[in-house]
Write a protein that binds this ligand. Structure first.
Ligand SMILES: Nc1ncnc2c1ncn2[C@@H]1O[C@H](COP(=O)(O)OP(=O)(O)OP(=O)(O)O)[C@@H](O)[C@H]1O
Ligand SMILES: O=C(O)[C@@H](O)C(=O)CO
Length: 434
């Protein structure tokens, strides 16, 4: 079986989100965490997602990781590439969306790419080049106070223009509404005039389908999970001509069936769930507040304990004192004012320290027998998954849109739910930890 789409996601929850979208499109999806090493090979799948931790990495480092990943995907037979960034375009004026797209254009030999973060299933839409979160402009949404990538400019053409030397232009909604050939003609025209990045409006799943149809034969598309799902549907229809979309379709693990994995875990340790929250998004803060009322919780508070080693020690002692077989929550999630106080107490590396502490706590819990981990936040998920040494997972059912369960291979699999900061209903953490 040929792997048709190779997707490079710039953070771990972005990886699970896009894997869920491709799976929803009916494709068999493999999900790899971190820069793949040459010894790693893909299981049979239609689409492969490599989830990386490069959203806020220095441009040079992120570019190196992407080039290595691109080569690896190519060595696995991939011929079409998707660069998945956040549906809220999380990045800084320095990068990395512009520089990484430029690099992938160069590697694929393409002149232009579409830039389409629209993901209506999550309430993200792009109109006249402006990114909306629900009914608010990006700059008026809670993303404007994100701890790592505060998004204060909703104009994607202008904002991306700061990240790249390439020309950026817009294909606006009236052209998208006209249909795939109008979009194709508009992009071709811009292509000929030297434009490298074409922001495309899209306010509905139908618009994404139009953009995907127009661009489906290109070697490189970029966007959030929405465009990937639309592209995945076209690929599915081509690969499985006339077949109904299968419900999911994770690739089978060598020697075991995914369902057996789930059954073992559900039988033995469903209650023994550790919830780790590092996301400070509005959605996560609401979910943490509900979860705190439902099961034992512990707050990592840099103001109370500014020394990271001591913070880890105290949290580990708390964890050890909890009865096993019950959900537990450890969180650093905080409001903007609390974060400011945290940074004043712990210093400029506060975010990194907190990620490290949460990762170390996951390792500690796994050694003590916990098999289910629920993690809130992309960077936080990256830290936890790396600390646990997880390289590859099967993508299974979504608990909520864009939040799928993932299962590791092997005799004692771990179940992971990696939740994007802004995703999910207020009860998501409770639903995830029965
Ligand atoms: N109390 C705190 N003070 C300062 N920084 C914090 C605090 N708690 C968490 N952080 C940091 O904030 C960052 C949150 O980013 P993360 O990607 O995990 O969540 P998110 O951005 O909401 O999620 P996503 O990327 O999925 O949208 C992490 O680096 C985390 O360590
Ligand atoms: O696109 C999104 O909003 C998410 O998949 C994400 O990238 C969160 O980090």
């Amino acid at each position: 079986m040929m792997t048709t789409i190779g997707c490079i996601a710039d953070d771990y929850t972005g990886g699970t989100d896009v894997a869920a979208g491709l799976r929803r499109a009916g494709l068999r999806v493999a999900l790899v965490f971190g820069v793949p090493t040459p010894d790693l090979s893909l299981p049979p799948c239609d689409a492969a997602v490599v989830a990386m931790k490069i959203r806020t990495a220095p441009v040079e480092l992120a570019s190196r990781h992407v080039a290595t990943t691109y080569d690896w995907l190519t060595s696995q037979g991939v011929q079409r590439y998707y660069y998945k960034y956040c549906s809220t375009f999380d990045s800084t004026p320095e990068g990395n969306i512009g520089p990484i797209t430029d690099l992938l254009l160069q590697l694929t030999g393409m002149q232009t790419s579409v830039i389409c973060p629209s993901s209506p299933i999550h309430g993200r839409t792009v109109y006249q080049g402006h990114l909306f979160v629900g009914d608010r402009l990006l700059s008026e949404s809670p993303l404007s106070s994100h701890p790592l990538t505060p998004m204060t400019d909703p104009d994607l053409v202008r904002f991306l223009g700061r990240q790249t030397a390439g020309r950026v232009a817009l294909v606006s909604w009236p052209e998208v509404a006209t249909g795939p050939s109008a979009v194709r003609d508009a992009v071709d025209r811009l292509d000929r005039s030297g434009v490298r990045h074409v922001v495309t409006d899209a306010i509905s799943a139908g618009d994404l389908r139009t953009v995907a149809t127009a661009m489906q034969d290109r070697s490189l598309l970029t966007g959030a999970a929405g465009l990937a799902e639309a592209w995945g549907q076209l690929v599915h229809d081509r690969l499985y001509d006339g077949e109904a979309r299968r419900d999911g379709g994770a690739p089978p693990a060598p020697g075991t069936a995914g369902d057996e994995h789930s059954a073992t875990l559900e039988d033995g340790s469903a209650g023994d769930t550790l919830v780790l929250a590092g996301s400070c998004s509005a959605a996560t803060l609401g979910q943490v507040s509900e979860a705190k009322a439902a099961f034992p919780s512990y707050r990592l508070d840099p103001v109370r304990t500014p020394d990271p080693a001591q913070m880890l020690e105290e949290a580990r002692a708390w964890l050890q004192a909890q009865a096993s077989g019950r959900p537990r929550l450890i969180y650093s999630s905080a409001t903007p004012a609390e974060r400011e106080a945290a940074i004043a107490a712990m210093g400029s590396r506060t975010a990194e320290h907190l990620e490290d502490v949460l990762g170390a706590l996951a390792v500690h819990a796994a050694a003590a027998g916990t098999r289910r981990f629920v993690v809130a936040g992309g960077e936080t998920s990256g830290a936890v998954v790396s600390a646990l040494g997880i390289r590859q997972v099967l993508v299974e059912d979504e608990l909520e849109a864009g939040v799928p369960w993932c299962t590791t291979e092997g005799r004692r699999p771990l179940r992971l739910l990696l939740k994007s900061g802004n995703f999910g209903s207020s009860r998501l953490l409770i639903e995830a930890a029965p």
